[in-house]
Design a binder for this molecule. Structure first.
Ligand code: KIV
Length: 264
């Protein structure tokens, strides 16, 4: 596989080829995932939960993100490496630029931020400074306390419209990718069709341009709870490499996510 850029992912969307993304937080796993053909690796602030053991992502710091991004970057040859800006690190444009620059210097090729149209100015500034942005919409875990828990978003018409219009606004502001988390499949499909940039789903059904999973969920090493939208690929293969290969294959073929992983 050759080096994957945003242009590659854009072309995949245009050609109807599905994109497989997974999280990684260190060089061992990012290398393994890269070897097995994952198109994009996300150093997610989910590390606050799956690596640090917190109950949400809010305690994750910029230093944590820089450390894990640098580690994951050392294992990546071809996949596009994206890193999350953590809670409150992009609450104003100046902090966003300063902190995003730290992630890019650590090896990220794109940063991800959670939130709606209010982030438009931030995205414009990041773009002007050479930093591509992935917007995260739907269930944005940094706002878990605003939502009153990890709840599906966009089930009612008003919230669905809000998410849809946020997606359009963020694309217009210059976002080059969207992650859509825990929304009904019908809304995800509407957004995916409306946007020219790739839409990557997690708990958003099979109609998005690609899928992302937290690696611990995909290989079934979480401490008991596996979200409905996830699948333990290692239960099928009994081997991590084969599990990741199977994940990529099932995303590409459209076999994953199935109806049982989808919200309506
Ligand atoms: O932090 C993360 O791992 C994420 C994914 C769940 C999309 O944002």
């Amino acid at each position: 596989m050759s080096k994957i850029s945003l242009t590659t992912l854009q072309k995949m969307k245009q050609e109807g080829e599905k994109i497989a993304m997974i999280t990684a937080y260190d060089a061992t796993f990012s290398r393994l995932f890269d070897d097995e053909g994952v198109h994009s690796i996300l150093v997610g602030d989910s590390l606050g939960m799956v690596v640090q053991g917190h109950s949400d992502t809010l305690p994750v710091t910029m230093d944590d993100m820089v450390y894990h991004t640098a580690n994951a970057a050392r294992g990546v040859q071809n996949a596009l490496l994206i890193a999350d800006l953590p809670f409150m690190s992009y609450s104003d444009v100046k902090s966003a630029c300063h902190n995003a620059a730290r992630l890019m210097a650590a090896g990220a090729k794109m940063v991800k931020i959670e939130g709606g149209a209010w982030l438009s100015e931030t995205i414009q500034h990041l773009n002007r400074n050479g930093i591509p942005v992935c917007a995260h919409l739907g269930l944005t875990p940094q706002s878990v306390h605003v939502f009153g828990g990890f709840r599906i978003q966009g089930r009612d018409a008003q919230r669905a419209e809000e998410i849809y219009h946020d997606a359009l606004a963020l694309q217009a502001a210059g976002a080059q990718m969207v992650v859509l988390e825990c929304v009904p499949e019908q809304l995800a499909e509407r957004i995916t069709k409306a946007l020219r940039i790739p839409v990557i789903g997690i708990g958003a059904g099979a109609q998005t341009d690609g899928q992302v999973l937290v690696m611990q969920d995909a290989i079934g090493i979480t401490s008991g709870y596996i979200p409905k939208f996830s699948k333990n690929f290692m239960a099928v293969t009994g081997d991590i490499r084969k599990a990741i290969r199977l994940y990529v294959e099932e995303v590409r073929s459209g076999e994953f996510p199935a109806a049982e992983h989808t919200f309506n």
